[in-house]
Design a binder for this molecule. Structure first.
Ligand code: NAD
Ligand code: TDX
Length: 331
């Protein structure tokens, strides 16, 4: 297959591109606008004959008309992805997440292209800390932030284009990813790079908020399984039983880096901060036979810390501007 990967210079998209080129015979074209979150350096050293990079915007219908007929499938990762940025300026989230997804769906309809839409568990809102239930494919949509509401809107567009126009699409909603190539604005890389620079980690509010962590490579293997064997029109939840509260994660990072576990600061909480996410991925496991390979979070975190230690040249150029933005928000 020839796969067009939107947002392939971002965190999870670049992990997917490496995964596909390592694990299959498919070839890949990345379509990426290279916003502040995209990094060409995340795609270095890939086999030339099977990999191509196109810089461009998913809202550019004429460019999509050129690219779609040359590909068998499109996997759509491109998005504005950071909740804090969406609270500061929601507009780019509407443009890329809503209008961009609409533009891609119209191209998929016109060219009859298989389409896989990457989404998030945040479309379901949040859970109480002691709620025994987890999100399933049947959980009603209830997004909280401008980011998650635009992702929810994009999911609904995909469902409508399947039902109304017969577009050959699937959707996946995944929990929080960690691993190499994640922008330092996000929680885990921010804290690792703070400690590596001699700064203290910054915990929003009390730190009791729970996220359900999955390694980006496990997300990639799940997406490949859905592309291969998923049922058109269906939604699959992706998760790896990785619930941890933010305080526990910061303490692990500090300990693994040889610091006292309490050497962090509490900073302003995120407005509207979702309390807890938890994924029930039994449909994906049962119907498509998928299993996560990186189930030991502490080992995965240690490897991620090593990656940031070894790749300061990759993250250092983003760090000062990111911290300046957070400082202005008291975070
Ligand atoms: P990211 O911010 O690291 O990367 C986004 C990429 O999209 C960047 O390379 C950026 O340049 C590109 N992009 C942005 N706007 C574009 C446009 N208009 N045209 C073309 N390219 C554009 O994001 P990420 O964390 O890798 O997330 C990727 C996808 O996975 C998103 O759809 C996100 O909603 C979803 N997701 C993320 C997580 C997570 O934990 N990070 C969890 C579940 C789902
Ligand atoms: O400095 C910080 N301190 C802190 O306590 C930052 C940056 C975050 N946090 C908290 C907020 C969240 O409870 O850590 C948790 C994780 O924060 P983020 O990394 O911003 O992720 P989150 O808001 O949970 O969203 C992520 O997972 C779902 C991705 O960014 C989304 O793209 C994805 O859809």
């Amino acid at each position: 297959m020839k796969i067009l990967v939107t947002g392939g210079a971002g965190f999870i998209g670049s992990n997917f591109v490496h995964h596909v080129l390592n694990e299959t015979d498919h070839s890949v074209t990345v379509l990426d606008k290279l916003t502040y979150a995209g990094n060409r350096a995340s795609l270095e050293g890939l086999p030339e004959g099977r990999f191509e990079f196109v810089q461009g915007d998913i809202c550019d219908a004429a460019l999509l008309d050129e690219l779609f007929p040359k590909h068998d499938a499109v996997v759509h990762y491109a998005a504005e992805s950071h909740n804090d940025n969406s609270l500061d300026d929601p507009r780019p989230f509407l443009d890329t997440n809503i209008v961009g997804t609409y533009t891609l769906l119209e191209a998929a309809r016109k060219h009859g292209t298989r389409f896989h839409h990457i989404s998030t568990d945040e479309v379901y809102g949040d859970l109480e800390l002691d709620d025994p239930a987890k999100f399933t494919e049947q959980t009603p949509y209830n997004p909280s932030s401008p980011y998650s509401s635009t992702k929810a809107g994009s999911d609904l567009l995909v469902r409508a284009w399947v039902r109304s126009f017969g577009v050959q699409a699937t959707i996946s909603n995944c929990s929080n990813n960690y691993g190499p190539f994640q922008h330092v604005e996000k929680f885990i890389p921010r804290q690792i790079t703070n400690v590596l620079r001699g700064e203290r980690p910054k915990l929003y509010g009390t730190g009791e908020n729970v996220r359900d962590w999955i390694h980006a490579n496990d997300h990639s293997s799940a997406v490949l399984a859905i592309l291969d064997r998923g049922q058109i029109g269906e939604t699959y939840l992706i998760g790896a039983e990785g619930e941890k509260n933010n305080k526990e994660v910061v303490e692990l990072i500090l300990t693994q880096l040889g610091q006292p576990a309490d050497a962090y600061d509490h900073v302003n909480d995120r407005p509207g901060h979702d309390l807890r996410y938890a994924i029930d991925s039994s449909r994906l496991r049962r119907e498509l036979g998928w299993e996560p390979r990186y189930e030991d979070f502490e080992a995965g975190l240690a490897a991620t810390i090593e990656w940031y230690r070894d790749n300061e040249a990759w993250w250092a150029p983003q760090k000062d501007a990111t911290e300046a933005r957070y400082k202005a928000q008291g975070q």
